[in-house]
Design a protein. Structure first.
Length: 311
């Protein structure tokens, strides 16, 4: 069966076709070591951090990359945080347009790796969708319920605590969803297992929509290892999806993702300086600087994907 891939870049808006491509060799020698328990505990331990940096618009709290048009020239912490939150919503606005989410209005979406529910609320509020948010972290799901209630969307938003690789084994999940959306969470997935599970919970013809970071063509193994070690991820190349998908479309927003981390870096630096804690933030500062440069040079790519999983 032939696979196809269409890629649209910020720098080159022309669509490029690749048919019959073979997935590339993975740069993940250590990916399997990040168990569900490690990922769950890592995210659960960051709840306070998420709310402090990104929670200013609660109950609409996002914890994912955003798209920045221009890095703010300010040292005002509140302005920098505001710019980050606006960038996160901009990502969803652009994704919704490219993915033509309006076609799903009133449908049922699976939010795979829902975080604190910002995306779930977005799809329910703007597109009248029913949304089921899945997470390993019960504390986050409790906040999703609270925020859904605070926004008057409790009847449209439900949650499920489970390993999404095994969601098809949960009661009443078979052939249920019109689409799956994963924002900055696909990088935690074992692709064959994940797609096998999603095909069983999607309605026939349902698609998978992803926004995430990917290994670029010139990425070094040490770069991938550094990012995976920091975030407990399992990053892959775009072409790895051709092993599990019938076809996909990809849009490249690496430039604006680079500027997102060009905004987080001064925020972290200014806040650390204010409490004389540069040493304590050294790892965070190094990672955000690395991400800005990696996305800017395309060693990492920030992509939106629309995937037809029906092989």
């Amino acid at each position: 069966m032939t696979s196809s891939m269409h890629t649209t870049s910020e720098r080159d808006r022309n669509t490029r076709d690749r048919r019959g491509s073979k997935p590339s060799r993975s740069l993940q020698p250590h990916a399997a070591k990040y168990t569900n328990e490690i990922v769950r505990d890592w995210y659960g331990g960051r709840t306070e951090h998420i709310l402090e940096r990104y929670g200013g618009e609660a109950p609409r709290v996002h914890y994912h990359t955003g798209l920045v048009d221009q890095v703010p020239h300010t040292e005002d912490v509140d302005e920098l945080k505001r710019a980050l939150r606006q960038a996160q919503v901009r990502l969803l606005d652009i994704a919704a347009k490219e993915w033509q989410i309006d076609r799903l209005r009133g449908g049922h979406i699976l939010d795979s790796g829902c975080g604190l529910g910002g995306g779930s609320i977005y799809w329910a509020e703007k597109y009248s969708c029913r949304v089921t948010g899945v997470s390993l972290v019960q504390e986050h799901l409790d906040l999703v319920h609270k925020y859904a209630s605070d926004t008057g969307l409790a009847e449209r938003i439900d949650t499920l605590r489970c390993d999404v690789h095994e969601i098809h084994l949960e009661p009443n999940q078979k052939h249920k969803y019109d689409a799956v959306i994963a924002i900055d969470s696909s990088c935690y997935m074992d692709l064959p297992r994940w797609f096998s599970a999603l095909r069983q919970v999607l309605l026939p013809g349902g698609k998978i929509y992803i926004a995430d970071g990917f290994i670029g063509p010139n990425a070094s193994q040490s770069l991938v290892a550094d990012v995976d070690d920091y975030f407990k991820t399992k990053m892959v190349r775009l072409t790895d999806y051709l092993a599990v998908a019938q076809s996909l479309k990809a849009w490249d927003f690496s430039d604006r993702a680079a500027r997102f981390f060009g905004t987080t870096y001064p925020l972290i630096f200014i806040q650390a300086m204010a409490v004389n804690n540069l040493h304590g933030k050294e790892a965070s500062l190094s990672m955000h600087k690395l991400l800005r440069h990696a996305f800017d040079t395309r060693r990492l790519q920030y992509l939106l994907l629309e995937i037809d999983p029906w092989r």
